[in-house]
Design a protein around this ligand. Sequence first.
Ligand SMILES: [Zn+2]
Length: 118
Amino acid sequence: MPPIVRNSIIPIGKGFGAINLFGILFVKPDMRLTPELINHERIHTAQMRELLYVPFYIIYVLEWICRLVQCRGNSQKAYYMISFEREAYAHGADLDYLKSRPHFAQWRKHPQKIHSNK
Ligand SMILES: [Zn+2]
C-alpha cells in the first residue's frame, strides 16, 4: 500500500482526482480509491523507481506533448497514449502484475485492454 495523502489542493485542477508524486499518492477528498486504482499508481511507482524518479516526469511530460500534437490537441486521447499510462491501464486490474513485471515494461507490448477506467 503506497502512502496516501487525502487533501483538496493536490492534484491541482478540478478534473484530477489523484496524482502520484515520487511514490506518494495525493488524493482529493471525494476520490474513491479502488484496489485497481491503487495498483495503477503502484505501477507508476515501479516505472519511476526504474527511471530514478525525475527522468520519469521529464519523459512523461515530453511524451504527453508529442502525443498531444499527434492527437491534434485532444488531451484525453493523448493522455491514454502515453507509454506509462498504457502499461498502467493495461495491467491495473491485475493485482499480481507487479510480481512479474518485466523491467521497462512501459516500452514493451501490452494486451489490448485500455480505457477501462480513468
Ligand atoms: Zn496513470
